[in-house]
Design a protein around this ligand. Structure first.
Ligand code: SAH
Length: 481
């Protein structure tokens, strides 16, 4: 079975860097069911094609990992060994893709990180794809993701057209996408079209699906069909996955309008707390020496515009669970009108802070500005794991309201929070305890501070913490040596 991937992004041979497979070599990889080969039928400056060829060993396929079926004369079925699996693209190709292009699938590239994060012209061809539900279904699943889809049914037998079409299509996808997105689409959707998973679907497949579907599956019009087929029609698993997707979508619905946030004590001068907060966060980032930064839960992009205006920040990523918020941020940044060199420094990704996201690993610093209080307390440990445990930025800057200060706000009834979507607001002692616990658990050293005028009794309106990874120092020393 065969899949080819072509780009015309110049120099096209950079595809080799993104896939971490050299265009001059043929490389082979052992799979549980056979062997995968990666080779480049063409590789020059203008056009480069990588081919993934999977040779299936029908004996290994019939055996199955640890679930060897009896092959006594009675129960022997030839179908186990003689079938379409060696020839037609199927879930086996998807598994091979995940194994052979692991880092590209995560959007990681040591040699070309910028390019890995950039949408490039791509063409994917799968000459023989088993497609249960016909060529239309291939269009329905790929087209909403930005692909132009050509799916041509393959006749059962060219000599006998009256026999009609087979279950196979010749699929071509063209589009301008990040390579990682393209690979994740294929990883999920090839088995969905095939609809005959070759291995046992374990509960961790839900996580795999949501990880691979991050940013595109929750809003996909065919998410129900995709989820059910991907999870091989296991009802309970599909139910869990769909509930988690709904959670992601729901977050899109309430307006992410932070303007209704109560910012000002009635008598305060107009130097708004929002501006002072932004300046305090920028100062902390500059102090940290960061150049590649994440604004996690960026909302409408209040901080992003300031980050983009400062050239020291060579890469600025805004993430939010709400696509409305991201659309607002894109408008505020005037992304469509920025010169290309500026625009290349900025990325906006839909991502939930309560799930690990590999795209967020390896940054110098991350900001959580007025975000933690938007999460239900039982979800906080998931954020702690995703940010401090998995993404592990060198520095994390956190701001959150100081609930003790609320008595100084006129018009804010006792026991009320500053924003309708706040799930909690912390006292200074509660924030300090949380910061201390997270820092200790994940190897960070924290400094606490406040933003806004300090009241002798109740402190500052906003609380600030800067957490520095205990590893950063050593990492820097190692690289300067
Ligand atoms: N940091 C911005 C926005 C703060 S409002 C600012 O200071 O202006 C909080 C933001 O967190 C909202 O945009 C909301 O969509 C986002 N958010 C809430 N829960 C989230 C989650 N689980 N994952 C990612 N973002 C989340």
């Amino acid at each position: 079975m065969l899949l080819t991937l072509t780009t015309t992004h110049r120099p096209a041979t950079d595809l080799g860097h993104l896939l971490v497979k050299h265009p001059d070599r043929v490389q082979s990889f052992d799979l549980p069911v056979g062997t995968a080969h990666v080779l480049y039928p063409e590789a020059d400056e203008a056009r480069c094609t990588a081919a993934l060829l999977v040779e299936v060993d029908p004996l290994k396929l019939g055996g199955g990992r640890g679930r060897r079926q009896a092959t006594t004369p009675d129960s022997f079925t030839l179908g186990q060994y003689v079938n379409d699996r060696p020839y037609a693209a199927s879930s086996l190709l998807s598994s091979a893709l995940a194994k052979v292009f692991r880092s590209a699938l995560r959007g990681e590239s040591r040699d070309r990180p910028e390019l890995a994060a950039t949408a490039i012209p791509l063409e994917v061809r799968v000459p023989v794809l088993r497609c249960r539900g016909g060529a239309d279904l291939a269009v329905r699943v790929f087209a909403p993701l930005g692909w132009t889809v050509t799916a041509t049914p393959i006749p059962l037998d060219e000599a006998y057209p009256e026999w009609g079409d087979s279950r196979y299509v010749d699929l071509t996808l063209t589009g301008t996408l990040r390579l990682a997105d393209a690979l994740n689409h294929l990883y999920v959707l090839l088995p969905v079209l095939d609809d005959a998973k070759h291995y046992w679907v374990a509960p961790d497949e839900v996580d795999k699906l949501l990880r691979a579907g991050a940013g595109w599956l929750a809003g996909h019009p065919e998410r129900g069909l995709i989820t059910r087929r991907y999870l091989a029609h296991r009802r309970a698993l599909a139910g869990t996955a769909l509930a988690r997707l709904a959670e992601l979508r729901l977050a899109d619905e309430p307006s992410a309008d932070d303007s209704v946030e109560i910012e000002q004590p009635a008598e305060a001068p107009r130097a708004s707390l929002a501006i002072r907060r932004r300046e305090a966060v920028l100062a902390a980032l500059r102090d940290s020496g960061a150049s590649r930064v994440l604004d996690l839960g960026c909302g409408g992009g209040a901080l992003l515009t300031a980050l983009v205006a400062d050239r020291r920040f060579t890469e600025v990523v805004g993430t939010d669970v709400s696509s409305q918020a991201l659309a607002m941020a894109a408008r505020r940044l005037r992304l469509d009108r920025l010169p290309e060199r500026q625009r290349d420094r900025v990325r906006l990704w839909q991502s939930a802070l309560t799930y690990r996201d590999d795209r967020l690993r390896g940054y110098d610093a991350a900001v959580l500005m007025e975000v933690v209080e938007h999460l239900d307390p039982p979800r906080l440990p998931a954020l702690e794991d995703a940010v401090f445990g998995h993404a592990r930025p060198g520095t994390v800057v956190v701001t959150t309201p100081n609930v003790e200060y609320n008595v100084r706000y006129e018009g804010l009834g006792a026991g009320r929070f500053r924003h309708a979507d706040h799930r909690f607001e912390w006292t200074r002692a509660e924030f300090a305890a949380w910061v201390d616990r997270v820092a200790t658990a994940h190897g960070y050293t924290a400094t606490l501070g406040g933003i806004g005028d300090e009241d002798p009794e109740v402190g500052t309106p906003t609380q600030l913490a800067v957490l520095r990874s205990n590893e950063t120092g050593t990492r820097k020393e190692e690289t300067t040596r």
